[in-house]
Design a binder for this molecule. Structure first.
Ligand SMILES: Nc1ncnc2c1ncn2[C@@H]1O[C@H](COP(=O)(O)OP(=O)(O)OP(=O)(O)O)[C@@H](O)[C@H]1O
Ligand SMILES: [Mg+2]
Length: 225
């Protein structure tokens, strides 16, 4: 049955050193600005119904939302280290207070961005180094990784042509988006078991059908373990 039943334990999270057993399914959506992450997260949560928990990053907790306001404030400039640490701080709160408890209840957590955004933006595009950013995030999240990461792959020029906001990070322009797109390409290729690349330069309903299929497949493989 489509999205019926509860998922098995989370192999990726347990392999990464999760504190305690995880029983739900942790799905993240990644991609450059305006690739359609928020649109697809909403469509997926609508399809999943009550068992889904929708989360956006940075945010999702009282502390995280304050950090989000700081990071999105166009009047502020951050060094790359401070920016990466602020994202990790918001994520630490989110994992501990929201994501882990929801997974322990067997829910499907759908997160609009997660650690991989930090690897792509701060690690690669900002030049901090993927390994260092991965390390601080592994510490912040106590090793929690998604079971499935959906990469909404879209050409930066096509994404730019879509309507949307223009916050501090987005306003840095085309070069940043192109560097981030290359970073996502590399990340997805380096960990094919967790990532599912989906062509997002298509109507949202077609992208959604592939997202649903990817989540069903992840559930089936988690349940089989
Ligand atoms: N498949 C699609 N084709 C065309 N336009 C789309 C598609 N999906 C979303 N959009 C539109 O593109 C814009 C950006 O979509 P959305 O907000 O979902 O992207 P996002 O990846 O969450 O962006 P951001 O990184 O800024 O949060 C919105 O106006 C949305 O309606
Ligand atoms: Mg969004």
């Amino acid at each position: 049955m489509l999205f019926g039943g509860r998922a098995g334990h989370s192999p990726a999270a347990c392999a990464a050193g999760t504190v305690g057993r995880v029983t739900g399914l942790f799905v993240t959506l990644e991609g450059i600005d305006r690739s359609g992450k928020t649109t697809q997260a909403r469509l997926l949560c609508d399809a999943l119904g009550a068992e889904a928990l929708a989360i956006r990053e940075p945010g999702g907790t009282a502390v995280g939302e304050r950090v989000r306001d700081l990071l999105k404030d166009p009047s502020l400039t951050f060094g790359p280290h401070a920016e990466a640490l602020l994202f990790a701080a918001a994520r630490a709160e989110l994992c501990r207070r929201v994501i882990r408890p929801a997974l322990a209840e067997g829910r499907v957590v759908v997160c609009d961005r997660f650690v991989d955004s930090s690897l792509a933006y701060q690690g690669e595009a900002r030049g901090l180094g993927v390994d260092d950013v991965r390390e601080i995030n592994a510490w912040a999240t106590e090793g929690l990784l998604p079971d499935l990461t959906i990469y909404l792959a879209v050409h930066p020029a096509a994404a730019r042509a879509r309507a949307g906001r223009n916050d501090r990070i987005e306003s840095e322009g085309a070069a940043l988006q192109e560097a981030v797109a290359r970073a996502y390409d590399r990340l997805a290729e380096s960990e094919p078991g967790r990532w599912r690349r989906i062509d997002a330069d298509r109507p949202a309903e077609d992208v959604h059908a592939d997202v649903v299929a990817a989540v069903e497949a992840a559930r089936a493989s988690a349940a089989a373990l």
